[in-house]
Design a protein. Structure first.
Length: 324
């Protein structure tokens, strides 16, 4: 059985090999950059593991033997789910590998933004011993309203971390039960339109789909409280980055802290790179040694399971093995 990895950012595939080799699987790792490279790699693969490569309908159409597509990660927006479903190929993810890491990173971003950690670091490096920002820009969490969009695994952990800081927490998630949100110490809000005007801080923890892409745009940003803070550790395409940059430049937003971008890697001419009130990270909120190991071993375990039946965590509705 041949398992192929379309692309990866790890030094090697030793964790994956430790799972797959004892079962006699051949593991092939590549760094595919083009559709043609992907088509050639996946054609005779029994299972495909992917990280960031665009596994589109053409690539999926070339899969003659694939029993599953496994995504390194929680989101699966780089895979054409409908095309895979039409071919009877299950797509699965690793939904629980970095929950604490991303929630921790969210809090790090919020505190860095509201306490102006980066401006004061730069101020001191410039030889200045004083406030780097007006007094009004130094916020205490107890005085803030934080809007959390998305109450899944990560959103719940973010709320759990926010509540002890004494801030008011509002949650919008159309499928989450009000009782669960209230039990976590937050308040459920019925629409994003009612969340935005109340927020001093807005943080996103929702998937990328047709209803959420570009949800942060010029119109929605205009409804936020003046000098609000925006946090995104979810997906880059949730945001219109030109509109975000304009809001940061005008002072409508006090700060944005971003771990994800559209596209990735972030282009050298991306507008937020030049803005002093943007805190940036290269899509690393999920990282810790245990999380990375769980991600990689989990992907290999799902690939192995797919070779004999259905893997866990199928996200595209395929309910029976492609090959019995």
């Amino acid at each position: 059985m041949k398992v192929v990895v379309t692309d990866y950012t790890f030094p090697d595939l030793s964790f994956e090999e430790a799972v797959l080799r004892p079962s006699g699987c051949e593991l092939i790792g590549r760094a595919c950059k083009t559709e043609a490279e992907l088509v050639a790699l996946v054609a005779d693969a029994d299972c495909v593991i992917t990280q960031f490569a665009k596994v589109n309908a053409t690539v999926i159409g070339a899969m003659e033997k694939a029993r599953a597509i496994v995504r390194y990660g929680i989101g699966v927006d780089n895979v054409d789910l409908a095309a895979a479903q039409a071919r009877g190929i299950p797509v699965c993810n690793i939904p629980d590998y970095c929950i604490d890491e991303v929630a921790d990173h969210t809090l790090a971003f919020i505190l860095a933004a509201t306490r102006n950690v980066v401006p004061h670091t730069m101020h001191l490096r410039a030889g200045k011993w004083s406030l780097a920002v007006p007094v009004a820009a130094m916020k205490a969490m107890r005085d803030l309203t934080v809007g959390v969009v998305g109450f899944g695994r990560i959103g719940r952990e973010v709320v759990k971390r926010l509540v002890p800081f004494k801030c008011r927490v509002l949650v919008f998630d159309p499928v989450a039960a009000a009782a669960d949100i209230e039990a976590a110490g937050a308040t459920r809000v019925d629409s994003m339109e009612s969340v935005f005007p109340q927020c001093d801080v807005l943080t996103l923890h929702c998937p990328s789909n047709e209803s959420t892409r570009k949800m942060i745009n010029a119109a929605s940003l205009a409804t936020l409280k003046p000098n609000a803070v925006f946090i995104n550790v979810a997906r880059g395409d949730l945001v219109d980055h030109e509109a975000l940059a304009a809001a940061l430049e005008s002072g409508q937003l006090a700060c944005a802290a971003l771990d994800v971008f559209d596209p990735e890697p972030i282009p050298a001419d991306h507008p937020v790179l030049k803005l002093p009130n943007a805190i940036l990270a290269p899509h690393i909120a999920s990282v810790s040694p245990p999380a990375v190991r769980k991600l990689r071993e989990g992907a290999a375990q799902r690939a192995l399971a797919a070779l004999t039946g259905l893997p866990p965590n199928i996200v595209n509705g395929v309910t029976s093995p492609r090959f019995a």
